[in-house]
Design a protein around this ligand. Structure first.
Ligand code: SF4
Length: 231
């Protein structure tokens, strides 16, 4: 064995003889330097359906996530709120992620509908709110309740609905969605967009969403915002 030479590789010290060192330097290839590729992450956003791609007739299971009578947060005045189950938009940061599942909660029932109609009869109750989940992907449930409310109370109670659809998207949608839209008073439209989140807004979570006066918008053919909008 020849003269030992002290070498340091990646901080480790070792001793090799001159002959071995010469052989290794001839035969060894330098390890290819691992290319550091910076991963560019595309920010994930909500899904964007084609017109009539998502149909309540195919998706809805007729389930509801919750019913909250006499609350003050789901629209103007005291309201009875029905949270339907199932939504396809999958907005990151969704306020009610469990209700994205169409089988979450319990089946909507005649007994519950009776209860909601009775609750709405209270003088202090201004109206019904539909949210979820996605009300426009549960039109069977929502239209049943809407029609019963109108048959019982006419226009003395108002109807609000939230939706992930934008107003213009809904105009190209299936007949059941258009029917439901024509029977409500106020629509809060659009996906929840996390980068536009603003907790100071009235009744909505991100600044792209709008509170729309449905009757006036349908009458004029353009979006008319709710008259009591402050922010
Ligand atoms: S539209 Fe509403 S319920 Fe549906 S994922 Fe978005 S925030 Fe959640």
């Amino acid at each position: 064995m020849g003269e030992q030479i002290r070498i340091t590789i990646n901080g480790d010290t070792d001793f090799v003889d001159q002959k071995t060192l010469n052989q290794q330097s001839k035969t060894s290839e330098k390890p290819a330097r691992r290319q550091r590729t910076r991963r560019t992450r595309t920010p994930r956003g909500p899904k964007n359906p084609q017109p009539k791609e998502w149909l309540a007739s195919e998706l809805s299971q007729g389930y509801i996530a919750d019913y909250k009578p006499f609350n003050f947060v789901d629209g103007e005045g005291v309201r009875c709120s029905l949270y339907v189950s199932g939504c396809m938009f999958a907005c990151p940061g969704c306020y009610n992620k469990v209700a994205q599942q169409f089988h979450y909660g319990r089946p909507y029932s005649k007994e519950l509908e009776d209860q909601i109609i009775a609750d709405l009869g209270q003088d202090f109750c201004q109206g019904l709110t539909l949210l979820g989940g996605e009300p426009f992907l549960n039109t069977q449930v929502c239209l049943s309740l809407i029609d019963r409310l109108r048959a019982t109370y006419g226009d003395t109670k108002d109807i609000w609905s939230w939706t992930g659809y934008q107003w213009d998207e809904l105009q190209q949608e299936s007949a059941d969605k258009l029917e439901m839209l024509s029977k409500i008073d106020v629509l809060v439209d659009g996906r929840f967009m996390e980068p536009l989140k603003d907790l100071t807004l009235q009744f909505r979570g991100s600044s792209n969403q709008r509170i729309i006066d449905v009757k006036r918008s349908l009458a004029t053919g353009e979006v008319v915002l709710w008259k009591n909008l402050v922010k």
